[in-house]
Design a protein around this ligand. Structure first.
Ligand SMILES: [Zn+2]
Ligand SMILES: [Zn+2]
Length: 442
């Protein structure tokens, strides 16, 4: 880290230190310690009363008035590593456990037998909206970008860190409207795919849809990832389960990895969505990747790690803004360091998001989601029976904290909280940076 000039630090630090002495400073250090490295903590004001439910007596009171600055600091819980590396790391670990539990069971209420069900990792991508500069392949080897005799071409070999990767080769002919509308419908395309998948599985097994729905179920967990070209794609862990009144059951005899693999491919290729203003329906990319998850193939651990890593990324890889776009941003995108291709996508979303000119797209709320290049879906979702949920994991952690201090069976905490802002003050930030530097040096 480059040292900040002393004068810039000293003013706010001294102001903050003067406010904190003795008890105050210790309490602040305690709070910072509990934040575990969160960069943008939430600041709350409020109070609680802990009541003994057997006697109705108030046995403890707490008020943030007694805290430094009158605020309680809590972890921000942001999923994105660009916003808060520490909270994103917690999210990544939680996602890892959630995915692994769904593959191996034996944990968080999922039976161990799930590891014998047919399981695959499927990647569904977007189609092309025009040629973009290409980086090294999956093996890390650089390739000739886009050699063509006619139409847009590029004969360079782009290294992995080349900022041109993902940018349109010819922005004059690139279909920005189709691109933004595809992102805006990615969630709808997924829902259709899930419906078709059940139909194609039923057909492949020789069952009616009704019999299939009574006896089998596809459980999944998926994450959305932005490609460098600014299109979203989905990685999904999919598992074929049997259905029983109690929930999960062993898969029916006909269930196999091959059958699941074939049905995923045919269902993805069958999806087609008509959107007003587009000459062609929206489709999935023609290349569908399906890999069986099993010992000897991709292992459960590798899959869980892979999916969890994507869960903490967002659209930043395409160089977009990491907050909603405002009207005054539109003219300043280049000045804010947004690459040309991404800036064109943001401006396209903004233009199509004008409800007066494009009432047909009003429900897509394209202005609100312009910084996401049109995508307004969730980054990670799972079907109900795949495994535990992040909420359950967080609840377990919170329960632990409560149990750690009081007996929840005989006490009740009544409280009132108000959001008072986010992040450290300038002085606090400098102090925290100093503390962290010391920890690293130890
Ligand atoms: Zn945080
Ligand atoms: Zn190129």
């Amino acid at each position: 880290m480059t040292p900040t000039p002393l004068n810039d630090l000293l003013g706010p630090v001294l102001r903050d230190l003067a406010r904190r002495s003795g008890h105050d400073l210790n309490r602040w250090l305690e709070q910072v310690d509990r934040l575990g490295g969160c960069r943008e903590p939430m600041r709350l004001t409020g109070h609680t009363e802990t009541v003994d439910t057997r006697t109705g007596q108030i046995i403890a009171t707490y008020d943030t008035k007694g805290e430094p600055h009158g605020h309680l600091l809590l972890r921000c819980g942001n999923r994105r590593a660009s916003r808060c590396p520490s909270c994103a790391e917690v999210y990544r670990r939680d996602t890892f456990h959630l995915i692994r539990a769904g593959l191996l069971g034996g944990d968080k209420g999922v039976p161990e037998t799930v590891s014998t069900h047919p399981r695959v990792l499927a990647t569904l991508t977007a189609p092309s909206f025009g040629p973009v500069h290409r980086g090294p392949g999956k093996d890390g080897k650089t390739v000739v970008c886009h050699p063509r005799r006619t139409g847009p071409s590029c004969h360079r070999w782009h290294k992995a860190d080349d900022p041109r990767i993902g940018q349109a080769i010819d922005s004059g002919t690139y279909d920005y409207t189709g691109h933004v509308l595809w992102n805006a419908h990615a969630g709808d395309l997924w829902r259709r795919f899930a419906i078709y998948l059940r139909r194609h599985l039923a057909a492949a097994a020789g069952l009616t849809r009704a019999v299939f729905n009574d006896t089998a179920r596809v459980s999944f967990a998926k994450v959305a990832e932005y490609q460098a070209r600014g299109l979203v794609h989905f990685h999904a862990v999919m598992r074929l389960d049997g259905r029983s009144p109690g929930g999960l059951a062993a898969p029916p005899g006909w269930a196999s990895v091959d059958l699941l693999d074939g049905a995923i491919r045919s269902a993805a290729l069958a999806v087609s969505l008509d959107v007003p203003g587009l000459g062609e329906p929206l489709l999935w990319g023609r290349q569908v990747d399906v890999s069986p998850i099993a010992a000897g193939a991709i292992t459960e651990r590798a899959v869980a790690g892979y999916v969890a890593k994507y869960a903490t990324k967002s659209a930043e890889t395409s160089g977009t803004l990491d907050r909603p776009v405002k009207a005054h941003d539109i003219a300043q995108l280049y000045a804010q360091g947004v690459p040309d291709h991404t800036a064109r996508l943001i401006r396209t979303a903004w233009r199509l998001g004008n409800h007066l000119v494009h009432p047909e797209y009003a429900h897509l709320r394209l202005r609100q989601w312009a910084h996401m290049l049109g995508f307004r879906g969730h980054f990670s979702t799972k079907s109900r029976l795949y495994s535990t949920t992040l909420t359950e994991l967080r609840q377990a952690r919170a329960d632990f904290r409560i149990r750690f201090t009081r007996d929840p069976a005989t006490t009740l905490v009544l409280g009132s909280w108000t959001y008072a802002g986010q992040g450290f003050t300038e002085g606090e930030r400098a102090l925290v940076a100093g503390l962290t530097a010391k920890e690293v040096g130890r």
